[in-house]
Each structure stands twice: as C-alpha cells, then as structure tokens.
Design a protein around this ligand. Structure first.
Ligand SMILES: Cc1ncc(COP(=O)(O)O)c(C=O)c1O
Length: 516
C-alpha cells in the first residue's frame, strides 16, 4: 500500500492538480508504481506514471522529460515583447506519445471505467456506434451550404424533431439549444414571448426547492422574480403551497418529474390545472426523462414547454461542461416563438425558416450537430421497445441498489434515482472515500431536503454484478471511521483539494504554478 509522502501533507496540492492535468511533476525524485488494490469490493489496478511512495519502483519518465527539440521561430509581425526566437518542444516517438496519453487517461475515471452513479446527471454508457455515425465523412457538411444541397441533413433534423416530439408528447421541437440549461433558458424565453404576445407581462416563475440550480438561474436571467416552493412532507409538490404561490403574476411553474428525489408527482394533472387556471405555463425540466421513456409523456401530463437533456437520456457524451444538446419541445400555440432557424418540410423538401414570432437566435446554424446526430442514432437503434426497456431497467437498477445499501433512503417509492442520507457522516467525505474503493461517488449534498444527501442514479446500463460492487463500496464507506473519511481519498492520482481556495482563488493558467 502506498504511503502518503510529505509533499502531500505539506499541502502542495497544486502540484497534484498539475500532475493530473499536464502529466508534469516539478518535484524531485518521483517514483511510479503499479499495484493492484483488492478492496474486497472490486479489484483496481493503479498504474500511474509516478507514485509518491517511498518504494524503489521503476521510473518511466513523463513526456515532458523525454527528448525535446528546439525550433527556430520565423520573423513575426507581432510586437517583440509578444514573440520569442526559439521554442523547445517535446519530440517523443509515437509509442511514447501513445503511452503518455494512455497513462493520463488511466488516471481519470469515466463511464468506461466503472459505474458512475452521479444522481440527476444520468451518466449512462455511450455506445460507441454513435461515434462512428457522427464521424462519417458525409456528416461533416459546411453549415453555410444552401438548403437544397443538404436535404439529407435537414431530413435527419426533421426526423429527430419528430422523434423527440413523439417521445415528449410535444407538437414542435427545436434542436438549437446546446445544453439542458440553455434549453431551460430558451423555453422560458418562449414562455415570456407567449405572455407578452397574449396577456401582457407576468413577473414570477415558481420553482420547487428540490429543483436543479439551473432552473433558478434561468428564471432570474430571464428577468423573473423567483418564487421558491417548499416541498411537502412526502418530498413532492405541496398543493396548498402551490395554490398560495400561483396567481396573476405567474408566468410559469418549472417542474422536474420524477423530481430530483426520484419521486413521481402523482398530482401532476391537478398541478397543471392550478397553473393553467391562473394563466401560467407549465415547464418540464427533462433531465429525468430517462425514468419515463416510452411510458409517460410530459405533454400528456399537461406540460406546455420542455427541454430534453439528450446528453443524459439519449446516451451522448456528457461531462466537463459539454458537449451536449438541450432541444426544446412546445405545444402547438407556442411553436410560433421557437428560435430561428427551425427546420420544416414543404412540398417534399426540407428547409430552414424563421418562425412567425421567433425569440431569435440561441445558437449558430444547426445547434450542436454531432451530439444531435448521436441522439438520432441512439433513438433509431433502440426504437420504441428499446427505449421502454431502458426506462424499466433504469428504475429497476435504482430500486435494487437502494435495497442493497445500508444508508437510509428517506423518500420513496422512487424511480430511476434515489437520495440516501449519509446520516452522521459528511456526505462529501463519504463520496471522497468511495474513490478509495474504486468507484465513482454519487452526487452529494443536494437536494437539501435530505440531510447529507447521496443522490444516486445507477442508470440502466449497469449489470447486477456491478450494482453489487457499487453497493459493497457504499457499505464499506458506511462502516469507515471518521479518520478514514477525513483522509480520503488516499488512492487516486488526485487527492482532496482545498475547495475554498480553489473556488476563491482559481488558477486557470496552464503556466507553471509556483509553490508559494
Ligand atoms: C434536474 C436538472 N435540470 C437541469 C440540468 C441542466 O442540464 P445541463 O447540465 O445539460 O445544462 C441538470 C444537470 O445536471 C439537472 O440535473
């Protein structure tokens, strides 16, 4: 077992971050190691370029320390203080380069390394056939080409609009927004345009306290006052509180269903009546659509506008802030406000056009095209039955996992995700400790309705065996001491960072960081 060496204890975490990002280490005598960790839950092989224990393992130099060559720089028209005369560049052989990047990739963790139960994020496995589809040469069209020369591309956009509309029970869908949050903003702009067009301005958007932060941010950015709705004792919308909150000023209620506790809003039709009777619109945050695929449709529940997080529900890559796509679906009477351009079929041809009262541009050209292409490929490959099967397995897996873990799950029955409580433990510590057992932790400390929340979403892709491994990691952490939790993680390449300093004084440069 590796020892934590003194540089770590002395708080030089920035070097650690640098190691993870650049594969360079400025400290002296680094030594790598390769070892297999048998946690009793899973076997994890660590094979890092360097390890900071005190053993005398073989040392494989990192890319930056291999042969480099110096190149002369041609004269440049830029000012002298912005240029240099020569530049030293790494000059590795191809195998060295391949090994370098492979090694770096092994220091990271992704859905292809193991389960990734980050609640609300739906980190499902992305089947690689969708990458093949997006990589086809005929998918790489110039976005400025005239419509008549890209009829296949436009037909595909039109079919995807149609697929998503049918899945969500919506009459029209724009593919333009590049993320869930961007979809929310687009959807609320559409709601705003609708009110301005019909009954004048409304000033408030009502949002349950269990909602994702982007809902609150969206409403505020769109210029609305946010009315926060406290959840009822059962974790769902409190009807009395809703009736009190909704009125003539209500532009929309933004709701996630199942909500972020994984609970289905059983009174959704009643909720829709309350909002509609007050003249408001019902907005569906589609981040949890994975729970309902092929079984229930927001449009049938009374929702007027919704976004789809295609990078969650339809298995397109997700993370690191992108790439993603957040198409928005609307009812017929809202279609006139969709962003420009929209794709339609006319007389057997497909074309871009500007809807009559469009809110304008929210993205350039086709939206985030490769992500949309992968979405299309995923939906077409799974078909109706496959999508129904995905939601069934997502719900089954969440319920199976919750049964296996020792932490309490206060709210239920839940669908595709559940929120356990770490109880006396700090949820963030528990999450860091899970890294030591070789699995990715759940989302922590949110929603705040659950103390020390561990929001867990295994997704449909996990097998019973991997769910058992995940449960064993949860249970091992549940039995760990405070000291073990406070020290975690001790095994991954990157250790715990000083989050306060990282948030208040972020160092975003690639330049060498000094040790002060
Ligand atoms: C419930 C919920 N709504 C909205 C979003 C925002 O989606 P995106 O990350 O695509 O912007 C998320 C993201 O995790 C979410 O969990």
């Amino acid at each position: 077992m590796p020892q934590t060496s003194s540089w770590r204890r002395s708080g030089r975490w920035r070097n650690d971050t640098r190691l993870a990002l650049l594969g360079e280490t400025p400290w002296d005598k680094p030594r790598p190691t390769s070892f297999t960790l048998d946690t009793g839950v899973s076997r994890v092989k660590y094979d890092q370029a360097r390890w900071t224990d005190d053993s005398d393992d073989l040392y494989e130099p990192l890319l930056s320390e291999k042969t480099s060559k110096t190149v002369d720089i041609e004269d440049s028209p830029l000012p002298d203080d912005l240029t240099r005369d020569s530049l030293s560049l790494p000059d590795p052989a191809e195998p060295e380069l391949a090994r370098h990047y492979t090694r770096l990739s092994q220091m990271n963790y992704g859905v292809e390394s193991g389960p990734f139960p980050l609640g609300s994020c739906t980190m499902k496995y992305n089947p690689s056939f969708t990458e093949d589809v997006a990589a086809r040469a005929d998918a790489a069209i110039h976005p400025g080409r005239p419509d008549s020369t890209v009829q296949g591309t436009l037909a595909l956009c039109h079919r995807l609009q149609d697929y998503l509309g049918r899945i969500g029970g919506m009459d029209a869908v724009t593919l333009q927004p590049p993320a869930g949050a961007a979809g929310e903003f687009t959807g609320i702009q559409i709601a705003k345009a609708y009110h301005e067009h019909n009954d004048g301005e409304r000033s408030e958007v009502v949002i349950p306290d269990s909602a994702h932060g982007t809902n609150f941010a969206t409403a505020a950015m769109a210029g609305y006052e946010v009315v926060e709705l406290p959840s009822g004792d059962d974790g769902r919308v409190d009807i009395e509180a809703l009736e009190a909150a909704v009125g003539d000023d209500t532009a929309a209620l933004m709701l996630t269903n199942p909500n972020t506790l994984g609970l289905f809003e059983r009174d959704i039709e009643h909720v829709a009546d309350i909002v509609h009777d007050a003249g408001g619109l019902l907005y569906y945050d589609g981040a949890n659509l994975n729970a309902l695929l092929g079984r229930a449709r927001p449009g049938d529940m009374g929702f007027d506008v919704m976004h789809y997080n295609v990078h969650k529900t339809f298995a397109t890559p997700h993370g690191g802030g992108g790439p993603g796509a957040g198409p928005v679906g609307v009812r017929e009477e809202l279609a006139q406000f969709l962003p420009n351009p929209h794709v339609r079929e006319r007389g057997g041809n497909y074309e871009h056009y500007e809807p009559a009262n469009s809110i304008g541009k929210v993205h350039g050209f086709y939206g985030n095209w490769p992500v949309l292409l992968k979405t299309f490929a995923y939906i077409a490959r799974l078909g109706d039955e496959g999508l129904r099967d995905a939601s069934a397995k997502a719900v089954l897996n969440a319920n199976y996992l919750a049964e296996q873990i020792e932490y309490e799950v206060p709210f239920g029955p839940f669908h595709h995700e559940f929120v356990a409580s770490a109880g006396e433990q700090d949820a963030a510590d528990a999450a860091k400790r899970m890294l030591d057992y070789g699995v990715h932790p759940p989302t922590t400390k949110w929603p705040e309705i659950v103390d020390e929340a561990l929001m867990t979403e295994p997704t449909e892709g996990e097998t019973r065996r991997s769910l058992d491994q995940l449960a064993a990691a949860f249970n091992a952490v549940a039995g760990d001491s405070d000291a073990e939790l406070a020290d975690a993680p001790s095994r991954p390449a990157a250790k715990r960072i000083d989050q306060v300093t990282a948030a208040r004084n972020p160092q975003l440069s690639w330049q060498a960081l000094d040790d002060t």
